[in-house]
Write a new protein. Structure first.
Length: 278
């Protein structure tokens, strides 16, 4: 379903392309190229397809001159486009010409991508089960994983949401502020299935919207007792550290039974001294 809107956009853009071939806005062309890249085409392949769609059947020499691309580079691009059923290769006595298939051919690629996506989704649980069993069978050792940027911190929060039963958080800031409201809502929905314990230095902290108060508890710890300068979470055998500083957004996950056990003990000790927030 998510491809339908993009598909409609492509048809509209192609109509504009055909109707006003000499006045195509560059940004419009870029949108079409981006769409085609999402379907698995390379940048150069997308440009070749659009060139043939606009100019009609042409020889590799004409394509080379039109796009200012070497012929030796074009041959594999054209072969792959033919394999994707986006162009047709015509072998004639006077030479070979290449013709773009109509825009409706894009639907074939969309359907193929959706089919593969559905197959991947349906086989995901079994694949994860196999991988998790392999991980459990591997020798116990400390593993450190580094993450960079906002996407990296999103991945860390996704990892956190897969805790077996519960997690503990030394909280510095809410999810909405740094990772966006939409992502935060998705994560809170996943967190609601777990028992969560939050320690904060903010005496006015309340449960974030969407958090299940029956499974989530927040307590205030006086900064004079323990100042939280780094957001940290602990679950299973993992300790995660997150930095939201604008100039240096990064995170680290340390997988270690001993370290996780130690940090859980520290958290629980502070938890007993912390004030319950209502």
């Amino acid at each position: 379903m998510k491809f339908n809107l993009l598909k409609s956009c492509l048809y509209i853009q192609t109509f504009v392309w055909y109707t006003f071939p000499m006045a195509v806005d560059k940004s419009l062309e870029n949108k079409v190229v981006t769409y085609l890249k999402h379907l698995g085409l390379e940048q150069e392949q997308a440009l070749v397809y659009l060139f043939l769609l606009r100019e009609g059947p042409n020889s590799v020499l004409a394509i080379s001159r039109g796009l200012k691309t070497g012929r030796t580079k074009l041959y594999p691009l054209l072969e792959d486009l033919a394999h994707k059923q986006l162009i047709t290769i015509h072998e004639r006595h006077y030479g070979t010409s290449y013709e773009a298939q109509p825009p409706s051919a894009i639907e074939f690629l969309v359907n193929e991508k959706e089919r593969k996506s559905e197959a991947l989704r349906s086989s995901l649980p079994a694949t994860l089960n196999i991988l998790e069993n392999l991980q459990q069978e591997s020798p116990t050792h400390t593993k450190i994983v580094e993450y960079k940027g906002v996407d990296g911190l999103k991945q860390m929060n996704f990892n956190l949401s897969k805790a077996k039963e519960e997690f503990r958080v030394f909280e510095l800031a809410g999810l909405d502020k740094h990772l966006g409201k939409h992502f935060a809502e998705k994560m809170r929905e996943r967190y609601s299935k777990l028992k969560t314990y939050d320690l904060t230095n903010n005496p006015n902290r309340t449960n974030e919207p969407g958090i299940n108060s029956s499974t989530s508890e927040t307590r205030y710890i006086d900064p004079k007792i323990f100042k939280i300068e780094f957001e940290m979470y602990v679950y299973d055998n993992c300790v995660g550290l997150l930095s939201y500083e604008a100039e240096d957004i990064f995170g680290v996950e340390i997988y270690s039974d001993k370290l996780a056990r130690q940090q859980k003990n520290l958290f629980d000790l502070l938890w007993k001294q912390a004030k319950i927030l209502k």
